[in-house]
Design a protein. Structure first.
Length: 110
């Protein structure tokens, strides 16, 4: 595993191997690592009260799972990863445009 981070805001880390979402699993707070080859697409979605704005952890939308983030209520955009599962990891990095750009550079074409 490459130790150099391409992006790291304390909640999400991107490196040469994939995306790590810290404090992902409830209630343990264990991180989830998603290798780039498992990601089909990464996109930005506007966030509102139905898609997670008031949610610190878990889900407000049945198709998304949100890791722990106490800064989420002040944010307006979700990054959503299509990993081929019914429930998609969704998160709120400090720089969502940069995160999506980096992920798209690393995922294989499908």
């Amino acid at each position: 595993m490459d130790d150099e981070a391409l992006y790291d805001d304390g909640r999400v880390r991107l490196d040469a191997d994939g995306v790590t979402l810290r404090r992902y699993y409830f209630p343990t707070g264990v991180a989830k690592h998603i290798p780039y080859h498992r990601i089909r697409a990464a996109g930005l979605r506007p966030m509102n009260w139905l898609t997670g704005k008031g949610r610190v952890w878990g889900t407000a939308h049945p198709g998304y799972w949100l890791p722990w983030d106490t800064t989420r209520p002040g944010k307006h955009v979700l990054v959503v990863l299509d990993v081929g599962a019914k429930v998609r990891p969704a998160f709120t990095p400090d720089d969502p445009d940069r995160v999506v750009e980096l992920i798209r550079q690393h995922i294989p074409p499908h």
